[in-house]
Design a protein around this ligand. Structure first.
Ligand SMILES: Cc1ncc(COP(=O)(O)O)c(C=O)c1O
Length: 448
């Protein structure tokens, strides 16, 4: 086994090379830190000693402030599905821009986007827009509370439902004060029991059909089916957070599994890459927002129908993201995951790739990875691999998060896989690599 001191020394060396190679990113970080806590306004993208400042993106390539180019395997944590500067999206934004924005009224793009969403997701009969996935989830949960008169919410450990809805290793003190009940992801038997036991106080169960931030961990179909059956049986609403997973088939994970939730939340790429969120479901639930009804729930939001977002989102769903493109991208993800898993299995390396289709997670464990408890911290190895990949011109999320984007091709994926394999061989990741535990050199964020 590689000694702890080797790992620490290697990481120190790699970080020193990173610092030397990125003086402008460092300067910009220090400038930001004068007016923003830690130079940051989005914890997800913080990274010690400082993150790269990205100044340009085109296709599947991004360029940092020091002029280095990277093949982008982060895909803006799934919001960048269309890649950078997709011509159809750009045209849609430019032509909307030409007619003016902040118009203070309904515009001609929102119906196109709403129809595209409702057509793709039959469980969404009516939809409303907002500005982020966080907001979409807050609204879905608040609607659930309003219609059931109950304030309990069953969520699953490791879930990330937004900046103030996070359940990684506990409940964030920033979460809103619903009565949270925390279950174990993919624990089918326990999920049924929890719904039954708490049915009297539960408004909703909210679940990611694949936990993204927790480590790109797909749900067991039986787990989700059990949740569907148990919530139906007990009059509790089932909310699918498809903010990340909507991209995995034409109609999201719910279509793949043939499970209809009561409410679905969307965000990220569905807005074409601009700030966006949406929530929708059965007419009987969503009609509560119809402002012409005397008992209507009010839901304002200056930018809910932002002209540029509506135009970009509509163009993306109606002109770019065809079923063929979805499946091509999923095939690319399978190619990457299968190759890395075959490589590490053949060599008995403590490493595996998780996920489904175009979403891939990298972990220093043999697997299987079924919930956050199976994800080893391995902060130093994660950081080392990440710095190794940056040096070879590939960017992705340091915690092992990969979201493929449409401009990527097989050569890009093969190049990425070869660079990971080089790390696994040269860094000699041994069977018990993560036995080293946390040696205190990182402080790397393990959630997003
Ligand atoms: C599953 C899931 N839900 C909700 C969100 C929150 O979306 P947003 O960042 O748009 O608020 C995220 C963001 O990563 C997510 O992954």
């Amino acid at each position: 086994m590689r000694a702890v001191v080797d790992l620490v020394a290697q990481l120190a060396e790699a970080e020193a090379r990173y610092v030397a190679a990125n003086p402008e990113s460092r300067r910009l970080h220090e400038e930001r830190a004068r007016f923003m806590p830690g130079g940051n306004t989005r914890t997800t993208i913080h990274q010690p000693p400082f993150p790269l400042t990205i100044v340009r993106g085109e296709g599947a390539r991004v360029t940092d402030a020091d002029g280095h180019e990277y093949v982008d395997f982060l895909g803006e944590y799934t919001a960048g599905l269309y890649g950078h500067s997709h011509p159809v999206i750009l045209d849609a934004i430019r032509s909307a821009l030409a007619d003016g924005f902040v118009l203070g009224a309904p515009n001609r793009y929102e119906a196109v986007l709403a129809q595209a969403i409702c057509t793709r997701f039959p469980s969404i009969e009516l939809v409303r827009f907002c500005n982020s996935g966080t907001e979409a989830n807050l609204l879905a949960l608040s609607l659930s509370r309003a219609v059931t008169g109950r304030a309990g919410m069953l969520v699953f450990a490791g879930a990330y439902h937004g900046g103030i809805l996070l359940f990684a290793h506990g409940i964030s003190p920033l979460n809103p004060p619903f009565n949270w009940v925390i279950g174990e992801y993919n624990n089918t038997a326990d999920a049924a029991r929890l719904v039954e036991e708490h049915a009297h106080e539960l408004a909703a169960v909210i679940v990611e059909p694949l936990q993204g931030a927790a480590g790109v961990i797909p749900a067991d179909p039986a787990f989700l089916r059990t949740l569907r059956d148990a919530t139906t049986a007990h009059g509790v609403l089932l909310v699918f957070d498809e903010v990340m997973t909507a991209r995995l088939s034409h109609g999201g994970m719910q279509e793949l599994l043939g499970i209809e939730p009561d409410l679905t939340t969307l965000a990220k790429f569905v807005g074409g890459g601009l700030s966006f969120g949406a929530f929708g479901g059965r007419t009987e639930l969503m009609r509560r927002f119809d402002p012409s009804q005397p008992d209507a729930l009010q839901h304002g939001g200056t930018f809910n129908n932002d002209v540029l977002t509506m135009a970009a989102g509509a163009a993306g769903l109606t002109q770019v993201l065809t079923e063929a493109e979805v499946s091509r991208l999923n095939d690319l993800g399978d190619r990457l995951r299968d190759r890395l898993n075959a490589f590490s299995t053949e060599r008995e390396l403590t490493f595996c790739a998780t996920g489904y289709g175009s979403l891939v997670g990298l972990h220093f464990t043999l697997g299987p990875v079924r919930n956050e408890g199976d994800v080893p911290e391995s902060a130093e190895l994660r950081a080392l691999l990440h710095l190794h990949m940056l040096e070879r011109g590939f960017s992705y999320g340091r915690r092992g998060f990969i979201a493929l984007s449409l401009p990527l091709g097989e050569a890009d994926v093969d190049g990425f896989a070869a660079a990971v394999e080089e790390f696994l061989l040269t860094a000699g990741v041994p069977e018990s690599c993560f036995d080293v535990g946390h040696v205190g050199v990182g402080g790397f964020s393990s959630w997003r």
